[in-house]
Design a protein around this ligand. Structure first.
Ligand code: HEC
Length: 137
């Protein structure tokens, strides 16, 4: 590899990490807004519920890659589980199966907290940051 290409690759890696983290934060805000919206919908089978679950599935899908790159196995697993729950919710909602959509919504909502406990920390000013990836076996 030519030196100039090598330098470009290194610089590229340095600028993409913070950009990805900013994007991740924006996705988290979308997840929080989605959960808020879904919580308000009593029977999770409306077109809005379908659309919101689909959008969440897309975010979880992106998260799988984000956490794989960081070699954070528990976070990858929570992202995979969350995606599966969101997909299952979207299809149950679309089919008008309120019980199944409600169940899937519940499992989807259990993925937030364990990940935040392991990978997120609160700064003194109340904003959030990434914790260093814990040692995983
Ligand atoms: C696989 C891990 C993971 C999952 C699952 C996850 N989060 Fe997060 N979340 C994080 C991390 C890490 C941060 C800290 C990043 C930051 O804000 O700097 C965060 C930050 C946030 C923030 C603060 C964003 C900011 O900086 O303003 C909100 C709000 C949030 N998450 C909501 C949710 C909700 C709601 C869910 C579930 C529907 C969820 N998250 C699922 C890892 C996750």
């Amino acid at each position: 590899m030519k030196l100039s290409i090598l330098i470009a690759v290194i610089l590229g890696a340095a600028v993409t990490a913070p950009a990805q983290e900013a994007e991740f934060r924006a996705s988290m805000k979308t997840l929080a807004a989605s959960m808020g919206a879904l919580n308000k919908i009593e029977s999770k089978t409306t077109p809005e519920a379908v659309q919101t679950a689909e959008r969440m599935a897309g975010i979880y899908e992106e998260m799988i890659g984000f956490w794989r790159q960081r070699d954070a196995k528990d976070a990858v697993k929570l992202s995979v589980d969350g995606k599966a729950a969101a997909v299952s919710m979207a299809s149950a909602a679309h089919a008008g199966d309120a019980a199944k959509a409600g169940e899937a919504f519940k499992s989807l909502s259990t993925t937030c907290k364990p990940c935040h406990e392991a990978y997120r920390e609160k700064r003194a000013d109340g904003t959030y940051a990434f914790k260093p990836i814990p040692e995983e076996k």
